[in-house]
Design a protein around this ligand. Structure first.
Ligand code: ATR
Length: 495
């Protein structure tokens, strides 16, 4: 179930919030935020919206706003029962006499006993689960902070165990390492996930909006058979891959969801997820090279490049691929032939390696130019091509110029890796930076009459190739493009 959390101060804010809960199954009213509450509204709201109502009054210590007397707080929950709330949520840290009283006198209301830990996911979490279970609630709620991606695994084990015991549980992790668990826990059998009615209206850090959960992650279509795909990186919050891939999965009616995993312990993560119902992963900074040693097989191209950006999981085996290279070459080939062309590649990182590998295959003549010459030499020696310091650009005659550095990437949108008068008139300029859509380098190049290729094209090409590897189906490319451009327009990153 999807719960919309409303933390209104007064009746006006409450009404405004309620209007934004259309897609939710349940409304959690946080009485700790409201100045005074008319309990008759419980029945009115239920009737009008035909949704279940959950009453919570969180004290400060549990991440809430209430700092009055405890008996007032317990009375608020008793009133919740009296006036017909479908659920009330009482914290495990409350006086056990109060908890037992509420459980005993619950009438038709379901009781959630909740445990929150904003610091960590303690090792004794199983005991906490057992102790809550003894109090006989209708739902056991356990929410902890993940300080590593592996903390989520403890919570998933709790959910699996509760499923086995046929106990209803709500469990997930908070924090950036736990963000994905708000969605994945629902697939595993957790009963409720919480969402805010809009940006800035969250009741807990990292709480997604209803819009994000419903429109991007298709939370209402997920079930225990939903397969998992996702991005492995650190950080991951700024990535748009979830917009691209979930739009494609939805369009083709594939029961899979694409999540974003902030991963610190890469080896443990891969070992854990290859045993799940997983189709595969995208891999991004900083894991593209390290991940190679944890995979069962590596495709020849990825081996040649020395980096993996895509993992396919098949029969609990992991196979590494690299679609960066083909994604970039496809984008370039829409605008130019590469055979015997003089190509300058700026930068000397992982993306430079992928590009150089592909350019070499196409028969281009490559010069690698980098701020740090040593790094340029390393790649040039490996791929048997030329290299030079960045300042040499003005003396090089080239047909195609490619930027593989991150210079110009949002939010640093007014920077370019080179002076505009170094851009050769009428050449082809490709920038792998995809945010913003049109970088400073591309704008300068346009002014000099160049043919330009935005990094966005490489990103979409790569995503289409990944989609095929995971699902064996052709991705709906135009729709994926449209969705991400719409998203960019909304967040104001496109120009
Ligand atoms: P990736 O693996 O994604 O390609 P990376 O390994 O961090 O990323 O590589 C970034 C490249 O961008 C490097 O070659 C870096 O130059 P140095 O080798 O001199 O560090 C280049 N780069 C980053 N910021 C730059 C800047 N302001 N000017 C020029 N080059 C820059």
């Amino acid at each position: 179930m999807l719960a919309a959390v409303i933390k209104a101060k007064n009746k006006e804010e409450l009404n405004r919030g309620i209007k934004k809960t259309d897609a939710a199954d349940l409304i959690e009213l946080r009485l700790d935020y409201i100045d005074s509450f008319d309990y008759n509204l419980i029945e009115k709201i239920k009737k009008k919206l035909k949704k279940s109502l959950l009453i919570t009054c969180r004290k400060k210590y549990e991440g809430g706003f209430f700092d009055g007397k405890e008996n007032y707080r317990i009375d608020a929950l008793k009133n919740g029962i009296k006036y017909g709330a479908d659920y009330i949520d009482i914290e495990y840290s409350s006086d056990k006499i109060d908890v037992k009283h509420l459980v005993k006198n619950k009438n038709n209301t379901k009781i959630i006993i909740s445990y929150h830990n904003f610091k960590e996911t303690p090792n004794n979490i199983k005991n906490i689960y057992k102790n809550i279970k003894k109090l006989n609630p209708d739902l056991i709620k356990i929410v902890t902070n993940a300080n590593s991606v592996t903390d989520n695994f403890k919570i998933f084990e709790l959910i699996r165990n509760a499923n086995k015991e046929k106990k209803k549980i709500i469990a997930f992790c908070m924090g950036s390492y736990g963000q994905f668990s708000r969605i994945l826990s629902i697939i595993l059998g957790s009963q409720i996930t919480y969402a805010s009615v809009g940006k800035g209206e969250e009741s807990a850090a990292g709480q997604p909006t209803i819009h994000e959960l419903v429109d991007y992650y298709r939370i209402k279509k997920l079930n225990k058979n939903t397969k998992i795909i996702g991005l492995i990186g650190n950080p991951v919050e700024h990535s748009w891959s979830h917009i691209i891939h979930n739009a494609g999965l939805d369009k083709l009616g594939i029961n899979a969801v694409y999540l974003k995993f902030q991963v610190d312990r890469l080896k443990e993560f891969i070992e854990y997820f290859k045993r799940m119902n997983t189709l595969g992963f995208s891999v991004t900074i900083p894991h593209k090279i390290e991940v190679i040693r944890y995979l069962d097989e590596i495709d020849e191209k990825a081996k040649g490049i020395g980096a993996v950006n895509t993992i396919v999981v098949k029969n609990k085996k992991t196979i590494g691929y690299n679609t960066d290279c083909d994604g970039a070459i496809l984008a370039l080939k829409t605008k130019t032939n590469l055979k015997n062309k003089n190509v300058v590649v700026i930068g000397a990182g992982g993306s430079t390696r992928a590009l150089t590998y592909g350019l070499k295959e196409e028969g281009a003549k490559i010069s690698i130019l980098n701020r740090t010459i040593k790094k340029a030499k390393l790649i040039a020696d490996h791929f048997d091509c030329d290299y030079a310091p960045l300042e040499q650009l003005k003396n090089i005659n080239y047909d195609v110029l490619i930027n593989t550095t991150s210079v110009g990437m949002y939010p640093d949108i007014n920077s370019s890796p080179l002076q505009s008068d170094f851009i050769k008139k009428n050449s082809v300029v490709f920038d792998i930076v995809f945010n913003p859509y049109k970088t400073k380098l591309l704008k300068d190049a346009e002014e000099r009459g160049c043919t330009t290729i935005p990094g966005f094209e490489m990103l979409i090409n790569g995503a289409v190739l990944q989609f095929k590897l995971w699902t064996n189906k052709n991705a709906p490319e135009q729709l994926m493009k449209k969705k991400v451009l719409e998203y960019l327009k909304n967040v104001g990153h496109q120009n």
